[in-house]
Unconditional design. Structure first.
Length: 395
């Protein structure tokens, strides 16, 4: 009982912290007095990123147990030593421990932030929160045990009210109605869900809840997820733009590329799906952000694009994306270009985020830290899966 009370109090205070503060971060003369310590801290964490040598050592491991030895020379020295690994190591276990370390570092910085920097950190978390909500929705619709759902939720995506969402009975008559009300009223990301429901004219209908339940039963949840994520990304962009200064300059470049990357990946991955049919192309258009180098002309042309040849023609007008497409074609050879193009986009994304550390007195380094740690997590998981499957070279 005391534990539940403590959790309720913690959620109450966490909820109070999710407020939006619009204020300039300061300039070279004033930034350090307000945010200098935390910027120095994240730059210190940056030195812990794994380099080419560490990745090569991991790739040479004969088994997952060898990861413990390789991690001795990295910032992950203790992550596989401090837990009970009586069971055999798995790629998932390694990934979880690596990510937990980052989450601890992220929260350590976040808990010391104030004002506009605290809001900035919340925006970084909103992406994970949105994905967590849809994970819960999917689990409830599949009648999964709520007690088994919570441990599977990404720790970066947990938010005040998460436990309340999981208390619904799977398959209950009003479970989605209750979930809707909780999402809109209780969570920091409710405004994005509300915007989606308004775009579907659900809130104005008398049978709005019936319509809401029908949408989640019939539509592709991934489509809805990406629509809500678009609203978050556009809101994040407006917030960074309003901050001004070096933060706005660098963050606009990073978020604009993020919007472009998402748009291109949506196009390349929906070529052979229903979203590529004329009747549903308008739905696909709603997934694209209203900013970025592809906006407005490129995004407008996407509306009539229905194959890779047309997509290549549209992207050829943009030197950066034209080069990526050419490099992807060379790498893919006779194989499908989708994976190769995604690799080129992600490679450029990593480069841009790494460059964010080059400047000083701005918030972009915090965003880049989170993005690059997510990439590192994926890299370690991929190497672990290859080792586990007995492969040491990429097919």
């Amino acid at each position: 009982m005391a534990k539940e009370k403590t959790e309720d109090e913690k959620e109450h205070y966490d909820r109070q912290g999710y407020v939006t503060v619009f204020q300039t971060p300061g300039n070279m003369m004033t930034f350090n007095s307000r945010h200098g310590y935390l910027e120095a801290l994240v730059r210190g964490y940056r030195s812990g990123f794994m380099g080419e040598l560490e990745y090569r050592q991991l790739a040479q491991c004969e088994s997952l147990e060898d990861f413990k030895l390789c991690f001795q020379e990295t910032d992950y020295v203790d992550v596989l030593q401090t837990s009970d690994f009586s069971a055999k190591l798995t790629p998932q276990m390694i990934e979880d421990r690596v990510w937990e370390k980052f989450v601890e570092e992220f929260f350590y910085i976040r808990d010391q932030t104030t004002g506009e920097l605290a809001t900035f950190f919340h925006f970084i978390q909103y992406e994970y929160m949105i994905k967590a909500v849809f994970f819960v929705i999917r689990s409830i619709m599949n009648f999964n045990d709520p007690l088994k759902i919570l441990p599977q939720v990404d720790k970066m995506g947990k938010f005040p009210g998460m436990r309340a969402v999981l208390q619904f009975e799977s398959g209950g008559e009003n479970n989605l109605k209750d979930l809707y009300e909780t999402v809109l009223i209780e969570t920091p990301i409710g405004k994005y869900f509300e915007k989606y429901l308004e775009s579907q004219h659900i809130l104005a209908k008398k049978d709005g809840m019936d319509t809401f339940q029908r949408i989640f039963n019939e539509e592709d949840i991934d489509l809805i997820t990406n629509t809500v994520l678009k609203y978050w990304l556009e809101d994040f962009y407006r917030f960074c733009e309003g901050l001004g200064g070096e933060t706005a300059t660098i963050m606009k470049e990073l978020l604009e590329f993020e919007a472009d990357k998402r748009a291109i990946l949506v196009m390349i991955h929906t070529n052979n799906t229903e979203l590529n049919q004329i009747a549903r192309q308008k739905e696909r258009q709603r997934l694209f952000c209203s900013f970025g180098s592809l906006y407005y002309e490129g995004i407008f042309k996407f509306a009539t694009c229905n194959d890779e040849t047309m997509l290549k023609e549209i992207l050829s007008k943009y030197s950066k994306f034209n080069k990526m497409w050419t490099d992807a074609e060379r790498s893919a050879g006779e194989n499908d270009i989708a994976d190769a193009l995604q690799f080129e986009l992600e490679k450029e994304d990593v480069r841009l985020n790494a460059m964010a550390f080059e400047g000083q007195s701005h918030f972009a380094a915090f965003y880049a830290f989170a993005k690059l740690k997510a990439v590192e997590r994926t890299n370690i998981r991929w190497i672990a899966e290859c080792i586990n499957a007995g492969k040491k070279t990429r097919n």
